[in-house]
Design a protein around this ligand. Structure first.
Ligand code: IMP
Length: 197
């Protein structure tokens, strides 16, 4: 059975990935499981796929295990694609969800807008111990509005609407069915299944 290190300490992501790979002959461990003090790699790629590759390569080399890494974020059309790869630290070094959302609202207000088309993106890279690489991407198109609704999810979800509902109003299962991460994971599961045969 192939042992894969998932390059995250986020328990929500670990669960999502384990669920998506339930039928695969893989043993999944996360950074949280291996009790490592590894410093994080510098994610200085220009795209989500670049950053997922940087992370996957780094943790594969550091742990000696095959590795799966993800990178994700929000692109807002009226803001020229921002925050993009800077989504986690949009409002600065000590950014958190609340400060990032406040900045998002402020930037749209500066433009005199009440909404903008937007998309979440997720990129996944798997690297095996022999250097073989598999990659997948997922998209979720929606709209950013100035009004926050809902308390589920995380990050920009209360401001990200698909139809009449914000992502923060959806259950985990509903979000997974339409989300960027759900799509990228389903595509990766298909590729991994074939690769591991
Ligand atoms: P990372 O891929 O975990 O580094 O996530 C980057 C950032 O993108 C997060 O901190 C969030 O701000 C944002 N983001 C990524 N996926 C989602 C999502 O599903 N909902 C809300 N925000 C997200």
């Amino acid at each position: 059975m192939k042992k894969i290190i998932i390059a995250t300490r986020n328990k929500g992501k670990v669960k999502e990935i384990k669920d998506a790979f339930l039928d695969l002959p893989v043993e999944l461990v996360s950074l949280g499981d291996i009790d490592s003090e590894l410093p994080e790699p510098v994610e200085d790629g220009k795209t989500f796929i670049d950053n997922s590759l940087i992370k996957a390569k780094y943790y594969q080399e550091q742990t000696g295990m095959a590795c799966l890494a993800d990178d994700s974020g929000l692109e807002v059309e009226a803001l020229g694609g921002a925050p993009g790869v800077y989504s986690a630290r949009y409002s600065g070094e000590n950014a958190n969800d609340a400060s990032n959302n406040a900045k998002l609202v402020e930037e749209l207000k500066k433009l005199g807008l009440e909404s903008s088309e937007a998309a979440y993106q997720c990129a996944l890279t798997f690297i095996d111990t022999d250097g073989s690489v598999l990659q997948s991407q997922g998209f979720c198109r929606g709209e950013i509005r100035l009004e926050a609704v809902g308390s589920n999810g995380f990050g920009y979800d209360p401001y990200f609407y698909v139809g009449d509902k914000s992502m923060a109003q959806l259950t985990l299962e509903e979000k997974d069915a339409i989300s960027h991460r759900g799509e990228a994971l389903r595509k990766m599961a298909v590729q991994l299944k074939e690769y591991l045969q």
